[in-house]
Design a protein around this ligand. Structure first.
Ligand code: SAM
Length: 254
């Protein structure tokens, strides 16, 4: 009897080269690949000629398939093909509903392997030269969703803002004003923030300012592109942040 198995692979943040070696090997061996919206399509040029590649992405309420349909397809393909790869953006277990897929597959008796990926939460700020931690500046970071399942911002944003941690907010671009309104209640007004869109890709874009000026950024955001909001004094490490601003931020903090 065929060994039924699905491999969840983290594709990394967007740049083709940021997939893991193990993830790329799984793609090269796959008979079927079901892939998401934020996955580099260049990865699909590494499949065998006979491999079936199926787009199942979701972007801004435009869903190729519902999550239930994706779950069902994974089961059906696992019964039909030897090697099924589910290719997901970033890391499969960071806001990607990866664990729901694992639980569904396991409930149907299908073995699952998860190959971790480089999460955009880490890679996008790092590739822009923004460290999420820095000695004497930031001792921790929170990765939070900017849009919960009912469309609201996460209550954790207010909790994180009350700490000294760096905030890394995914899926928050469309709720940017709501988020900044919450943050400004808890952080000093010269705290810098960055919005990085299409991180690690050729059309990467970054906006940097301080909380006091957040309204100036509203018109510069591309609300159709994925973006990460980073808030905290570490943003001052970005090369475009002026030296005088760095001094002011450091002066305010300590
Ligand atoms: C559903 S979450 C999945 C996150 C993914 N599992 C990860 O670990 O990166 C999608 C969100 O990740 C962020 N994101 C993913 N890729 C990105 C990129 N290249 N640039 C900026 N943000 C990105 C955006 O906030 C986007 O709305």
């Amino acid at each position: 009897m065929k060994n039924r198995k699905v491999i969840l692979v983290g594709a990394g943040p967007g740049d083709f080269d940021l997939i893991t070696v193990k993830g790329l090997k799984a793609i090269e061996n796959a008979d079927v690949v079901l892939y998401d919206a934020l996955v580099s399509e260049d990865l699909l040029s590494h499949v065998k000629p006979s491999t079936k590649c199926i787009y199942v992405g979701k972007r801004f309420n435009s869903h190729a398939f519902s999550q239930e349909e994706i779950n069902r397809m994974l089961v059906d393909y696992a019964y039909e093909y030897d090697t099924v790869v589910r290719l997901k953006g970033g890391d499969p277990f960071v806001f990607g509903r990866g664990v729901e897929e694992v639980l569904f597959l396991e409930s149907k008796g299908i073995e699952v392997e998860v190959i971790p990926g480089v999460s955009s939460a880490l890679a996008v700020p790092t590739s822009q030269g923004i460290p999420l931690t820095k000695r004497n500046i930031s001792e921790s970071f929170w990765v939070i969703t900017g849009t919960t399942s009912n469309g609201d911002i996460s209550k954790d944003i207010a909790l994180a803002a009350q700490s000294t941690a760096t905030l890394v907010i995914l899926m928050g671009v469309r709720n940017f004003s709501l988020i900044m309104n919450e943050i400004k209640k808890h952080r000093h007004k010269y705290t810098p923030f960055a919005i990085i869109q299409n991180g690690t890709l050729p059309n990467e874009n970054i906006l940097i300012d301080t909380i006091a000026n957040y309204k100036n950024s509203i018109d510069g955001i591309d609300y159709t592109s994925p973006g990460i909001i980073v808030i905290g004094d570490v943003v001052a490490e970005h090369p475009s942040f002026l030296e005088e601003d760095i001094q002011r931020v450091l002066g305010m903090s300590f």
